[in-house]
Design a protein. Structure first.
Ligand SMILES: Cc1cc2nc3c(=O)[nH]c(=O)nc-3n(C[C@H](O)[C@H](O)[C@H](O)COP(=O)(O)O)c2cc1C
Length: 210
């Protein structure tokens, strides 16, 4: 079996974490770099990743996450936040970053910049947030796979009250909203779900070959 398939079969949405086991600093750095390298529409990266270390804060987040025990028991808690709004100044920052990184002339990317600005200008505010939130799911997929390769457990979570998160963490003032929550760490030996067979559709059901 290929390593990728082995990793993907090893992982599962962990329900119970062993709170005594902590992720090593080196592994956390790999996870952070993996999130930095996440692709996004146009490359705009309208995301922030909050790593909540504070136990006190995690205790407060638990009741606004349907009391899911992973919030407090996992080694680390990552909140994937999306920008609420995105505008031409974000595009300009991005264009400057391209110029700096690739050492090219502005005229080489002017058309690209204008096309991004036109697309964004046409969007209503709700559409912008929806677009930015879509980028969070790309980060989620990459995060889960990276963790699985490192034999670190992860739980993708939509089961939380985003409005309450935004309020508690003062996110709106920073043009952010909590899109997804991902506890990461090590499965508890008593988590029965780890022994359950994966339930997935067959390839015949999933693929259409034309
Ligand atoms: C976007 C998303 C949100 C999810 N939210 C939760 C959640 O709040 N709590 C939870 O325990 N599992 C959550 N899950 C886990 C799914 O139930 C799980 O991935 C699915 O049943 C497949 O099982 P597996 O990941 O163990 O293979 C979520 C998964 C995804 C992708």
């Amino acid at each position: 079996m290929h390593d990728i398939i082995r990793d993907l079969n090893w992982r599962y949405a962990t329900k119970k974490y062993d709170s005594s086991k902590k992720i090593k600093k080196n592994d956390l750095e790999i996870i952070k770099e993996s999130l930095r390298l996440v692709p996004s529409s146009y490359g705009l990266q309208p995301l922030k990743f909050i790593i909540v270390n504070s136990t006190e804060l995690r205790e407060k987040l638990k009741p606004i996450s349907y009391n899911q025990s992973q919030i407090t028991d996992a080694s680390h808690l990552i909140i994937i936040c999306s920008y609420i709004n995105i505008n031409t100044s974000h595009v300009d920052d991005y264009l400057s970053s391209i110029l700096r990184t690739r050492d090219i002339a502005i005229n080489e990317i002017e058309a690209f910049g204008n096309s991004m600005k036109t697309t964004i200008d046409k969007m209503k505010n709700e559409e912008k947030y929806k677009w930015n939130k879509n980028q969070a799911y790309i980060a989620l997929g990459q995060l889960i796979h990276t963790c699985a390769s490192l034999r670190i457990d992860a739980t993708p979570m939509e089961g939380f009250n985003a409005k309450e998160y935004d309020k508690l963490l003062n996110l709106s003032d920073q043009n952010l909203s909590a899109s997804l929550v991902v506890p990461i760490g090590y499965r508890h030996k008593e988590d029965k779900v780890q022994f359950a067979k994966k339930v997935r559709k067959s390839q015949d059901d999933l693929f259409i070959t034309l």
